[in-house]
Design a protein around this ligand. Structure first.
Ligand code: PGA
Length: 252
């Protein structure tokens, strides 16, 4: 029995207008029975405040933003700060997603700065790492993910590190329908946990939740979540379908 928190986090990405978002959350709440799993809804910014209102009586369901700015406030047109997120009830922030790295110039150093700000305000970062297909084919995936984890996270104190959730998302598996095999996921999750152990200690490493992301669906979730170092999932496409999302939560 793993003591780590089991987590299923949905990443809606840039989907659902306001009305559709409320419908999606309402439908998930209707279908979801009592669960030991921590469920996180990563909605676009415009949904956060209203969704927080829908979640007040659900202890096991939390809200995540999909990004934030590293500064607390100021002249950064179009950006959203951590205090703003906190003021509407957000508790988690997804950082360093591969789409942000690819389309918005996110790099490990900027992820590191955002992680610091998120933690300084008592929120928790879900930090995404993962390799492109060419990197895996060159056999360099472990080294690449190690450098992402080190730069984004190893500046943290042990007390800060305990608050972090890591998501391993091989880029070649995101939105492609091509899931990593349970063995591939387990192998990388073990590598990541070992890095944390070497940098901090066994206790801390054993307590950290490491999520797998990349085409998690109802038919493959159980096998992935069954792996000893896989503590849940970060779900894109399937988080937009209430039946699929709830079925993934229930596959623990
Ligand atoms: P996917 O996305 O489940 O649609 O592959 C996962 C993610 O990008 O977090």
């Amino acid at each position: 029995m793993k003591l780590r928190q089991k987590i299923v986090a949905g990443n809606w990405k840039m989907n659902k207008d306001f009305t559709e978002g409320i419908e999606l959350t309402t439908s998930i709440l209707e279908k979801l029975d009592d669960t030991q799993v921590l469920v996180i809804l990563g909605t676009p910014y415009i949904h956060l405040q209203a969704t927080a209102g829908l979640l007040t009586s659900y202890e096991q369901i939390k809200l995540a933003a999909q990004n934030c700015h590293a500064e607390e406030k100021g002249a950064f047109t179009g950006e959203i700060s951590v205090p703003m997120l906190q003021s509407v009830g957000v508790e988690f922030v997804i950082l360093g997603h591969s789409e942000r790295r690819k389309y918005f110039s996110e790099i490990d150093e900027s992820v590191a700065a955002k992680v610091k700000t998120v933690l300084a305000h008592g929120l928790k970062p879900i930090v995404c790492v993962g390799e492109e297909l060419a990197v895996r084919e060159a056999g360099e995936h472990e080294a690449l993910v190690a450098s992402q984890v080190e730069t984004a996270l190893f500046h943290l104190s042990p007390e800060q590190m305990e608050q972090v959730v890591i998501a391993y998302e091989p880029v070649w598996a995101i939105g492609t329908g091509k899931t990593a095999t349970p063995e591939q996921a387990q192998e990388m999750h073990h590598v990541i946990r070992s890095l944390v152990k070497d940098q901090y200690d066994t206790n801390l490493a054993d307590g950290i939740s490491i999520l797998y992301g990349g085409s998690v669906k109802p038919h493959n979730a159980a096998e992935l979540f069954n792996q000893p170092d896989v503590d849940g999932g970060l779900i894109g496409g399937a988080s937009l379908k209430p039946d699929d999302f709830v079925s993934i939560i229930q596959s623990f």
